[in-house]
Ligand binder design. Structure first.
Ligand code: NAD
Ligand code: TYD
Length: 356
């Protein structure tokens, strides 16, 4: 018999699917409801290995649809919410900023308000956990590191929408007493990431011998974290984090884009049996991204010190495993890049709110 019911939003996406699997495996007595509208980035194939479990339920629905969200909360007694659903790609946010405001800001406020009203009067044992990004802190120079006290200074429509949603989460805590917790994580990598983000895009392009579009000079720096380590950090924070607190999550693993890409090329040449240096020939320098943040680096010492979390694997090993996963799952790559899977979902889940 399940004792705890958690709503995970965005569970069909990259991080969400790893989180759903992590919770189902770690807490068989919990019921996990995965709410996802299945945008281009949501893919139920990511959860095929766990979808048969009796304590897992998928609900197709949109967090921007306030009446639907209100109903979902009144029909279910969620003990907690872990909110990941979002538009997540910086380049898309530059092209379509309003979609990011709608999903990331309005969608978050809808969830906050539904939780507040549904739990009204009794917040004991309840938790609203908002998953955010280190990009809210802006950009670092060559020195420095983001701590939980770093002032917000977002530059892209994506990071501005996430910063805004973080402020709303804190406002619902300070104004209504909603028991919230927020984490801000660095760049994730691993299996099931949509091939528009750097690592899976470049793996796919190398596989297909297509150019590797490096923005600017490739000197921007990101701090990369294995996605399964992010899921374990979320578990620790969900269960043991303090209400109203923020926790930074990161791998202490900074790479310039060009160094990362060169390492990826070496791994890909080896795995594909190509001549050393062949993949690197695909590197093509292109016009820089507008407002491109130079450097992100996260200080996760609070999480390590207070809650005892630490990353589990080194980047070189994680990148190797990541490459292996995409090469073993080329059908997944072909499907998500062809759009065929979206046609399938449109047929399967055409009405909003249909569960499986
Ligand atoms: P993703 O784009 O892979 O997945 C997002 C999921 O949200 C998809 O399944 C999509 O269908 C769903 N979704 C989008 N709009 C929705 C809506 N209106 N209603 C319901 N569902 C909707 O993203 P991701 O990389 O897994 O990121 C998940 C969360 O983690 C996001 O909030 C993101 O800001 C945050 N984050 C991501 C990273 C990273 O490196 N990917 C790092 C730090 C924080
Ligand atoms: P991305 O995966 O989009 O994550 P974010 O912008 O959220 O950090 O990009 C990671 C880095 O790689 C970032 O500095 C932009 C760069 N990049 C490229 O150089 N070329 C590309 O085609 C993409 C998608 C990203």
């Amino acid at each position: 018999m399940s004792d705890t019911h958690i709503l995970i939003t965005g569970g069909a996406g990259f991080i969400g699917s790893h989180l759903v699997r992590h919770f189902l495996n770690a807490y068989p007595s919990y019921t996990i409801t995965n709410l996802d509208s299945l945008t281009y980035a949501g893919n139920l194939v990511n959860l095929r290995d766990v979808e048969h479990l009796g304590n897992y339920r998928f609900v197709k629905g949109d967090i921007t649809d306030a009446p639907f969200i209100e109903n979902l909360f009144s029909e279910n007694r969620f003990d907690g919410v872990i909110h990941l659903a979002a538009e997540s790609h910086v380049d898309r946010s530059i092209a379509s900023p309003l979609e990011f405001v709608t999903t990331n800001v309005i969608g978050t406020v809808n969830l906050l308000d539904a939780a507040r009203r549904c739990w009204a009067g009794d917040f004991s044992g309840k938790r609203f956990y908002h998953i955010s990004t280190d990009e809210v802190y802006g950009s670092l120079g060559r020195e420095g590191i983001f701590t939980e006290e770093t002032p917000y200074d977002p530059h892209s429509p994506y990071s501005a929408s996430k910063a805004s949603s973080d402020h709303f989460v804190r406002a619902w805590h300070d104004t209504y007493g909603l028991p919230v917790v927020i984490s801000n994580c660095s760049n994730n990598y691993g299996p099931c990431q949509f091939p528009e983000k750097l690592i899976p895009l470049f793996i796919n392009n190398i596989r297909l011998k297509k150019p590797l579009p490096v923005y600017g000079k490739g000197e921007n720096i990101r701090d990369w974290l294995w996605v399964i380590d992010h899921a374990s950090a979320i578990d620790v924070i969900y269960h043991r984090g303090n209400n109203g607190e923020t926790y930074n999550i990161g791998g202490h693993n900074e790479w310039t884009n060009i160094d990362l890409i060169r390492l990826l090329c070496v791994i890909m040449d080896r795995k594909l049996g190509r001549e050393p240096g062949e993949s690197a020939k695909l590197i093509t320098y292109v016009t820089d991204r507008a407002g491109h943040d130079l450097r992100y680096a996260i200080d996760s010492s609070k999480l390590q010190r207070e809650l005892g979390w630490a990353p589990s694997i080194r980047f070189e090993e994680g990148l190797e495993r990541t490459v292996e996963w995409y090469l073993d799952n080329q059908e997944w790559l072909d499907q998500v890049t062809s759009g065929a899977y979206r046609d399938y979902y449109e047929k399967m889940y055409s009405s909003s709110g249909a569960g499986s």
